[in-house]
Design a protein. Structure first.
Length: 161
């Protein structure tokens, strides 16, 4: 029944020209509000992680234009500004919370939200495939920054003990 609802919402989203991502969010919210059984939640999680999430990223990747990113100065600047802003915000929040600054680097990992923004932006025609590539590239860089933060935090904690 949950899969039927998901596919129905996906068809409805496609019919109205919006992203199937919205249908997935809506189905997840309805199931969460209904208080799904644990078995159903595990089955849906398996379907999502085994098929729908990889399909989402593959279809998103097919719509991005990384050649445009590599050849456009403005799109490269967009990616760099996004990376620096994400890092600065997370390090500043770590400082405000009186945490070590490497914890801010660790928290800077982004991928889901930028991918969702790009998927919706491309579907609605609000961003170009090159701009989408810049946003996703910035998100991938934050994954590396997060790894650096984890290593620095680990070294810092090992030195404190």
């Amino acid at each position: 029944l949950s899969l039927l609802a998901l596919f129905g919402l996906s068809a409805l989203a496609t019919w109205f020209g919006t992203s199937v991502l919205i249908a997935g969010f809506a189905a997840g919210m309805v199931i969460a509000l209904a208080g799904e059984p644990r078995r159903l939640a595990q089955q849906l999680l398996g379907i999502a992680e085994g098929f729908f999430v990889p399909f989402f990223f593959v279809s998103l990747g097919a719509r991005l234009n990384f050649r445009s990113l590599a050849s456009s100065r403005s799109e490269i600047m967009l990616a760099l500004v996004l990376v620096l802003t994400i890092i600065a915000c997370h390090v500043a929040i770590a400082a405000v919370m009186r945490m070590p600054w490497p914890a801010g680097l660790l928290a800077s990992a982004q991928l889901g939200l930028p991918a969702g923004v790009v998927a919706l932006g491309l579907t609605e025609g609000l961003i170009t495939p090159g701009q989408g590539a810049a946003i996703v590239a910035a998100a991938v860089v934050t994954l590396g920054v997060s790894s650096i933060g984890a290593a620095l935090l680990s070294n810092r904690l090992a030195c404190d003990t």
